[in-house]
Design a binder for this molecule. Sequence first.
Ligand code: FEO
Ligand code: CA
Ligand code: CA
Ligand code: CA
Length: 570
Amino acid sequence: VPARAAQDSRFAFKPIPISTDNTVHVPEGYRWQRLVSWGDPLFSGVAELDHATGGSVADADKIFGENTDGMELFIIGGKQVIAVNHEYTNNDINLPEATDGVPRDAQDVLKLQNLQGVAVFEISETDGNWSVVKDSPFNRRITHNTPMRIAGPAAGHDLMKTEADPTGTESLGTFNNCGSGRTPWGTYLTCEENFNGYFGATGDTQIEGLTAEGYKRYGIAAEGWGYDYHKWDARFDTSKNPHEPHRAGWIVEIDPTDAASTPVKRTALGRIKHENAAATLAPDGRVVVYMGDDERGEFIYKFVSRDIYVPGGDTSTLLDEGQLYAARFDDDMTGKWIALTPEATGMSAAEIAIFTRTAGSRVNATTMDRPEWVAVNPLACEAYCALTNNSRRGVRANAGGDWTPVGGPNPREANEYGQIVRWRPANDDHASDTFEWDLYVMAGNPTVQEGPYAGSENVNEGNLFNSPDGMAIDSTGLIWIQTDGDDSNEGDFAGQGNNQMLAGDPVTGRIERFLTGPNGSEVTGLCWSADRRTMFVGIQHPAAPFPDGEGKLPRSSIIAIKREDNAPVG
Ligand code: FEO
Ligand code: CA
Ligand code: CA
Ligand code: CA
């Protein structure tokens, strides 16, 4: 049929098979190169990575950081500038001289703190090859110690105050920066995800009430996740600074045009384990930001600004005043955004911001299978969220969280493959309170499973994957789906190979594989050059020997993908 043929021609590549090797693969007629890897200097006078030491502490905040994740490209005065997240550290790789990567002293901890956060840097293309412009005035590293301003309903609240900041409005650092977003006014949104892992306690932590409930719900515990900051930096010791964790878990707005600007924590968007922030505009000009909370049995949220965006107007408080909602998905394939108001939750505006998960529970939002990235379709009024997987649906999955019955957009118990839910707002208005939903794809494995675990009809032997995570919809309306799942290629995952990136057609449902990552890696983060002839893709936590070869440390990297004929990609 001509209509189908027209749709099919949208896939301007020959799909590739799975891979199980140590490199990146792209389709015939495309090529990839490395743009930048962990340890590459952003400034002159900084040493190239020393693979024996993992680099010096002095250089750690002047290099491309560890574990590249969400990223966006900005065009600023004709220059191309990437802002990108450095999510977490691989301590055994970043501290190769420390036994099992356990920090030995405050200097090791400072090095880890400086390898994370955000990088902003200019890039340029010469004869089809991309590189970082060292010493560009845009280049900057934001770390776990960079001064931030706190804005919105939680700013100045008692729960945000610490001994070092009695105002509760000035914190240090942005943490576990996972997915990304961008505002219509050209700022970068970085999203703090597993912030709890950096905190620990050397003594008793004095907390009660909502704070104690919050510690449990967000997973803040005495032992931490092995970063050991609390043993060397009292700020992260909750027995000494019980409010410090309240200053993490936010969406942070960064102005990439000014390397001296202070990032702002936008507390009106809630405190959750933020995956990304998909911003769009309602027809009346209000700003709508969709956000997933990536933990088993947590919720999907939406913020709608009170004021409208006026191009060229003042945008400094647009993300501070507005309404936060949590999503309820009903079995009849409709849904509702439930406003998190003091009336509905019995909490103050500041408490709703700080303990957003509790507020979502109090309005009976729908527990989801780990909401990762949300993507808004620029060509149709709809949004997609990758529900990556959920090994524990059916039980109380998250300490202090809600029961998670099977149903609606989370139809499988022991969901090891994940799905992508799509919603279409009423009246073609992202600010609407209601929507209709369906599943765009339910990943599965038809070669070894039957029934729902085989996946939806648009899953076949040629496009097998599990655990959708990163997502972006390009200007032609193709959905790019990146995976972060089981790459064992065995058992339930046989035939699925390494993590990968696929492209999907929202209209036909067709999905084809475009890229495969090296062993051990997850594919995450995606943006395009100004002319769309280059696509930048993040390769996070690869195993050795990617990309430098045997005997070298593995390095998370951004790669640049081009067509041999230099036509636009996607
Ligand atoms: Fe950092 Fe949910 O991925
Ligand atoms: Ca992710
Ligand atoms: Ca993931
Ligand atoms: Ca990851």
